[in-house]
Design a protein around this ligand. Structure first.
Ligand code: HGY
Ligand code: MN
Ligand code: MN
Length: 432
């Protein structure tokens, strides 16, 4: 099969076509989950799935799956990703995985190849979690990690209710949640980090996904006049928010290793130059490949927040927005990706993913893995996100080869997947 290749021009054309929906300055896209732009992007991809003659289904959370039949019935070899974006998204994050999946299907069609098992390509709802938390929400529901009704009730950062938005854009389907387990799942994604580029490697055989902890802190103090209030009488949420933002950076530096920490959103109210803030709302994103260390980082931060709040005389309400344990992908899939990449003559490296992905949820259901391609300067969640066309094509060819290899493989050997795919800790998973 190593002489079977996807059509690179068609892949790049589709990526560029999809990028015209919700376009933003710098060549990226803004298609926050379940907005009109997300709907328009969904409509375009569903039209491409329809043109390919796929059997399309949509479930209760708006996940869309297109299936091409195989010689036999039963669970498909599935690929897919997401087409929702962050507010300042690039054109490859998520989109590459879905459109490369269409390329796999179209290439098989063009070459008249019938696979043993059905092949499926999916896009999952709200992978980014930028508007509705947690992230990977659609695949989490598909994998049974969050109840459908609970997910439909999630309130977004703009006050919208997820189920109502799903209805508004016409993408609440009838297929059951959780979804049916595929035979195997492989996701192609841009690395969104600097490793492959720095090492001059084309393909990443992804070994797993690091743990993710998202917390919202709502700090309440006393609004007051910026000029008349003596410093020792202030209860300033803005000051405590700034202490926390500084502390999480120090915490990550002190822990070292793979610990990362980010305060990505911070709002003051009333947010005026001459007013000591009444309240502050900020989010903390902590990640680590090691679950125990991630727990230590969470506990350390909680202690600091409590001390800083007590010292300033403010109150803090914490809300868990997302909590997923690290996930290890199935060795058979990781090995397949590495072998196919080598067989196609590409350099390949095994590495964990710093970003969350739908694959980490699908790992609960079936043997799962991912293919990475390099991100220029490691940039992502930024319109400047870029991957060379040759690397896009290499990744899609490795996806095609990996899916065909898995199609022919006896996957009944070892037991169930490791099942830690995003498994929650003490039920704190997802939106509370
Ligand atoms: O947050 C993440 O890692 C992913 O982009 N949703
Ligand atoms: Mn993504
Ligand atoms: Mn992303």
């Amino acid at each position: 099969m190593s002489d079977l290749h996807i059509d690179g021009d068609r892949l790049v054309r589709r990526i560029n076509d999809l990028a015209t929906i919700g376009p933003i300055e710098g060549g990226g896209s803004c298609r926050l989950a379940l907005t009109d732009e997300d709907r328009d992007g969904r409509d375009l991809v569903v039209a491409w799935m329809t043109d390919l003659g796929l059997d399309i289904s949509m479930d209760g959370i708006g996940n869309v799956v297109g299936v091409r039949p195989g010689r036999t019935d039963g669970p498909p070899i599935m690929t897919g990703s997401h087409i929702d974006t962050v507010r300042t998204g690039g054109r490859y994050d998520g989109n590459l995985g879905v459109l490369a999946g269409l390329e796999v299907i179209e290439t098989l069609e063009q070459h008249g190849i019938t696979t043993e098992h059905p092949f499926a390509v999916a896009f999952f709802t709200d992978e980014e979690g930028a508007r509705f938390q947690p992230d990977m929400l659609g695949s989490l529901v598909y994998a049974g990690g969050m109840g459908l009704e609970e997910a439909l009730d999630v309130v977004g950062i703009d006050g919208a209710v997820l189920g109502e938005e799903l209805d508004r854009i016409g993408y609440r389907g009838t297929s059951p949640c959780p979804g049916s387990a595929p035979r195997a799942f492989v996701e192609l994604h841009v690395e969104q980090g600097p490793v492959l580029e720095a090492d001059g490697v084309t393909i990443g055989a992804v070994t797993g996904v690091q743990g993710i902890s998202w917390t919202e802190l709502a700090i309440t103090g006393q609004s007051n006049h910026a000029g008349t209030t003596p410093m020792d009488l202030r209860h300033d949420p803005g000051y405590v928010a700034a202490l926390i933002a500084s502390y999480v950076r120090q915490l990550a530096i002190r822990m070292g290793g793979r610990q990362v920490a980010t305060v990505g959103s911070l709002e003051l109210h009333p947010n005026l130059v001459n007013v000591v803030a009444a309240s502050a709302r900020l989010t903390v994103d902590l990640r680590n490949t090691d679950e125990a260390l991630l727990g230590e980082a969470e506990a350390d931060l909680a202690r600091f927040v409590a001390e800083a709040a007590a010292a300033e005389g403010v109150t803090v309400e914490e809300r868990t927005l997302a909590r997923f344990q690290p996930v290890a992908f199935d060795d058979r899939v990781v090995d397949t990706v590495a072998a196919v990449a080598a067989e196609l003559g590409h350099s390949v490296k095994r590495l964990p993913s710093g970003a969350g992905h739908d694959a980490q949820m699908m790992a609960r259901l079936c043997p799962t893995g991912m293919v990475f391609v390099p991100s220029r300067d490691g940039i992502s969640h930024n319109p400047a996100e870029y991957t060379e066309p040759d690397d896009l094509v290499a990744g899609a060819d490795v996806l095609l080869g990996s899916m065909l290899a898995l199609d022919a493989m006896d996957l009944s050997t070892t037991g169930a997947p490791d099942g830690s795919g995003g498994a929650s800790t003490d039920g704190a998973e997802g939106a509370p």
